[in-house]
Every structure is written in C-alpha cells, then in structure tokens.
Design a protein around this ligand. Structure first.
Ligand code: PAF
Length: 290
C-alpha cells in the first residue's frame, strides 16, 4: 500500500491487493459509520471521471475509486492491449477530486481463478445494442462490478450515463440481487463542441474527431424532433449520420428509458454506436416524445 501526494490534490492511498484495500478502508473509517462511495473506472481518467468523483464526493464521507482494465469485458479482437494505462496521471486527478482510496489491482487480485468459474449473466438486455456488437461484454462488466461491490461494500456507486446500457444493467443487477448499494447515474460530460468525453477520443485523428461530432449532432437533431414522434426522431438523426461518410454506424436506436422497447410517447432514450476510423464510440441522449 502506498500513499501518493499529487500536487495540488490531497494524499491518496493506493491499494493494489485485497488486504491493502481492507486495511485502507478500515483506517479511513469504513465500517465505523462513514458513508462510502465507489466510482469504478478503467483508468485513463478525464473530466468525465472527475465529474463522477465530484458527484460521489458530495454523497459520502469516504470516496473510493477503482482503476482496473477489466479483461473479462473485452472480446477477442477488441482493444484490451492498447487500452490506455495512465496510472500516475490518474492518481493526480483522483487527488484533485477528493478520492481517498484508489484500488488499482492486477488481474490475479480480481480474478484469482482465470477464466473465472462464476460470472454474472446480464440476461436478455445484455445481448442487445452494445451486447449484440460485443458478445460477453456485459457479463464481464456485471461480474467485475459485483466483485468490486463485494470488496468495497459501498453505500453508493456512481456511473456515467454515457454508458447508458451499462447503467441500466447495473441498476437491474443491484435490484435483482438485493445488493445494499444505491446506484447513481451522472450526466455525460461533453467538449464545448458536443463530443462526449471518452478515454478512446485520444485515438481519433484531427479529421476523425471532426467526423465524430456527427454523433452528438445526430442525437441533438433527434431530440429536437421529439414532438414529431419516434419515426421523426430516427429520421432526423439518420439524416445527420448519412451526411458524414467518416462515421460507420453500428446502431441507432430509440428505446424506453429502461431500454426494453420502443415507446410511442413520453420519455425515451436515443442511442448511437459508430466507428470513426478504427475507434468505436457510443453516445446517447434523452428524448421527450410527443
Ligand atoms: O465504465 C467502465 O469504465 C467499466 O465498464 C467499469 C464500470 C469500470 C467496469 O469495468
């Protein structure tokens, strides 16, 4: 266990084993009445994560962040090996945003048995949208989140709405398995031009970054077309995407807020996944139908 003092943030305790994590939690007051918040991450932290930390900090006395690139949620041919790993910079950002403890384990600490014998099945919702493009992805996400909840025992856990399907599935995980943790969704943080912050944005070339703006533009066009109903929403978003040849759409989908089916009225969610060059991006926005 080490303690870093990233300037100008406060000291962050870094735990890399389960025993170190237990010790750090105990010494920080967990179990003695301090409300504990957890923000699970895969590192390569940016302002979007900082907003999650700020949200979590406002809800708890003790703030834990995990930094773990979870191999179980990457499929064959996905970018596990080139996923950015920037622990020193991550610790600095954690220190600046009030994180008390960073859990940064190796694979063997999280998965003493590899591949794991027991995994969490996300059910049917795990096989659509992102799950259809990335088979096994949500099984990996729900398994690691369950492990992190077991290790940290947080009172509250904060996730970004940019990964909207992930948030819905984690909500369902907690409800179905009676986990005593409150799940909070935090709004997507965007660049001034609309691009949703993502650890993968750093792989976009300058030209690809311009093309990538079509995702948020399409969502906004769809949102503005809400009063014209579901077909109008999809047509407006499709028109924007069709005008940008650099974007290869994987899916564009309008669903109810629980992602189960397409509503004809009320609150809905418009979701996009697309490849820009070799980079796969996702984004989503709330839509109010007539
Ligand atoms: O959203 C992410 O960064 C990951 O899916 C998560 C929740 C940290 C699980 O590895």
């Amino acid at each position: 266990m080490t303690t870093s003092d990233p300037d100008p943030g406060a000291a962050v305790t870094v735990a890399s084993t389960r025993a170190e994590l237990r010790k750090a939690l105990t010494e920080s007051g967990a179990g003695r009445g301090a409300r504990v918040a957890l923000v699970p991450t895969m590192g390569a932290l940016h302002r979007g994560h900082a907003a999650l930390f700020d949200e979590a900090r406002s809800r708890a006395q003790l703030l834990v962040a995990s930094v773990f690139v979870n191999p179980l949620q990457f499929g064959a041919g996905e970018d596990l090996s080139r996923y950015p790993r920037t622990l020193d910079a991550d610790l600095t950002l954690c220190g600046q945003h009030g994180v008390d403890v960073v859990f940064a384990p190796s694979r063997d600490v999280v998965y003493p048995v590899w591949p794991p014998a027991v995994m969490v099945d996300p059910g049917r919702l795990g096989a659509v949208l992102e799950g259809a493009s990335r088979p096994g992805h949500f099984r990996g996400v729900l398994t690691v989140v369950t492990k992190l909840f077991g290790l940290v025992a947080p009172d509250v856990a904060v996730f970004g709405r940019k990964d909207y399907q992930q948030l819905v599935l984690i909500d369902q995980l907690v409800a179905d398995l009676f986990m005593p943790v409150e799940v909070v969704g935090a709004e997507t943080v965007r660049e001034p031009d609309g691009l949703a912050l993502s650890s993968r944005n750093r792989y976009l070339s300058a030209a690809e970054r311009v093309s990538a703006l079509a995702l948020s533009r399409a969502l906004l066009a769809g949102q503005a077309a809400g009063p014209s109903g579901p077909n109008g929403v999809l047509a407006a978003a499709e028109a924007v995407l069709a005008s940008e040849p650099g974007v290869v759409v994987s899916y564009l989908s309008l669903r109810g807020t629980d992602l189960r089916d397409a509503p004809s009225s009320g609150e809905a969610r418009l979701l996009i996944a697309a490849k820009v060059g070799t980079v796969r991006l996702i984004d989503n926005l709330a839509v109010q139908l007539c």
